[in-house]
Design a protein around this ligand. Structure first.
Ligand code: PGA
Ligand code: MN
Length: 451
């Protein structure tokens, strides 16, 4: 998905947010991709968000001799330091990890196709037995249940990538392996140093991240259920529970949540998904996720556009099956108005809800209820509009700030005239806004109009 033509086609297929994965992207490539996405965004006339994904402190093995294959039952020493590993000796990039390994602990290398079990602990190394054999390469991922660093570190590469994300004008940063709220705060500081205000999405992919999710959500702008690494960090059968819990938590705090990894995995090679994948994407939507993410399906798969189309289709099909849940009130007046807007819209069969929003929060307060109709968010700020691409059911639109109450209906009509948002003439719309206009954070006006 490199050229602006391909990007443009992906937008037509349903993409709202592009992820630029800094695990595989140079500075030049990042700038080029942003340029191409912005070009396509302009053509389409709808806001598109760009999310930088930081590599983060992933635990990996060190450099390895070429062509190493671990055989079943053989012993492997895991060292704190080693120049070059082989089939019987490996090292990890964070030496403290060796101390955290315990007898019986199962270790996954790479995508988990090579597995080891710790059978002996020494001072500077641990000895493991190979339980699932396979080829091992330099810098493969190294994971085990509950394994984490004592302290989250922002590497010099991550610092440089944060700078690139800011300079290139990206909208959000997905921060990998976040363990506590302090990690997000540290990244926020670096972004502020660049004079920018980017959305920070905390990727929850460790047990520590799960344990601290409440506090993380208080300071982050959203989270990602990063099921890839999570699948090794906790017992696999717990991943579906954690997904549901994290989604509900994010929704209750009025923050977007992305469900990621292997959603349409088989579409890397096939033009049609498995029934299990269809059900997985649909279930994530029914769990209440704001967004679903594709990874290799679009970055190197054979059917990138078809994957997007299929995902959009499944998501749309699942949207009307999202169960209503009790959400805690975050603010009496604002939430009461947003909740009422959703119930009025349902009662009168409104075509859509229009939210005039300065900071995006009016629109998010509405979308948290997952109403039966779409939400048109009108904001004077392009960066707020792009941030709203992460929110469920929201169509962001850059509009003039209303000067007074009488302008509201006209501004909605103008948005419809662009053709970007389709609505029948003469239909009803429920409008929410905050008065006085231009003041961020308030939602205190509910108005029903014919368009
Ligand atoms: P990754 O993050 O694709 O950057 O590893 C997502 C995940 O772990 O699921
Ligand atoms: Mn990950």
């Amino acid at each position: 998905m490199e050229s602006s033509e391909k990007i443009s086609a992906a937008i037509s297929a349903g993409v709202d947010v592009f992820r630029i994965n800094f695990s595989h992207c140079s500075r030049e490539e990042a700038f080029m991709r942003v340029e191409n996405i912005r070009k396509a965004e302009k053509e389409h006339g709808r806001p598109i968000a760009i999310m930088a994904d930081l590599a983060g402190p992933k635990i990996r093995i060190g450099m390895m001799k070429d062509g190493q294959e671990m055989t079943e039952g053989s012993l492997v020493a895991i060292h704190k330091e080693l120049k070059e590993g082989d089939k019987n000796n490996i090292a990890v990039n964070h030496p403290e990890i060796v101390d955290n390994l315990f007898l019986g602990c199962e270790v996954y290398l790479g995508d988990g196709d090579v597995r080891l079990e710790i059978v002996k602990k020494g001072k500077d190394k641990a000895i493991a037995k190979v339980t699932a054999p396979g080829k091992v390469r330099s810098k493969m991922g190294f994971s085990a249940h509950g394994l984490a660093l004592k302290k989250f570190e922002i590497s010099s590469k991550d610092k440089a990538d944060i700078k690139i994300a800011c300079e290139a004008g990206m909208d959000a940063i997905a921060a990998s392996f976040i363990q506590t709220d302090l990690d997000i705060k540290a990244i926020r500081k670096l972004v502020e140093k660049e004079g920018r205000d980017l959305m920070l999405i905390a990727k929850i992919e460790t047990q520590q991240g799960i344990d601290n999710a409440q506090k993380i959500l208080d300071v982050a702008d959203g989270i990602m259920v990063a099921r890839g690494d999570l699948g090794y960090a906790i017992p696999m059968e717990r991943v579906p529970h954690v997904q549901k819990e994290l989604i509900t938590l994010a929704r209750s705090k009025n923050k977007p949540v992305i469900t990621a990894t292997q959603m349409l995995e088989s579409m890397g090679q096939n033009s049609f998904p498995t029934r299990a994948e269809i059900t997985d994407v649909a279930n994530a939507v029914m769990d209440g996720t704001s967004g679903v993410m594709l990874s290799q399906e679009t970055s190197k798969g054979m059917y990138p556009l078809e994957s997007v189309r299929v995902m959009a289709k499944i998501a749309r099909g699942a949207e009307s099956y999202i169960p209503v849940i009790d959400l805690p009130e975050l603010n009496e007046i604002y939430d009461a108005v947003a909740t009422s807007a959703v119930s009025v819209a349902e009662h009168i069969g409104a075509q859509f809800i229009a939210a005039f929003t300065e900071s995006g929060s009016s629109a998010r307060r509405v979308c948290r209820h997952r109403p039966d109709c779409p939400i048109l968010a009108l904001t004077p700020s392009i960066s707020v509009a792009r941030r709203l691409c992460f929110s469920w059911g929201v169509m962001p639109f850059v509009a003039k700030e209303p000067k007074g109450f009488e302008e509201l209906d006209d501004l909605v009509r103008i948005a419809l005239q662009t053709g970007y948002f389709k609505a029948k003439k003469g239909g009803t719309v429920v409008i929410v806004a905050g008065v006085p206009f231009g003041l961020a954070g308030s939602t205190n006006l509910l108005h029903v109009a014919k368009i």
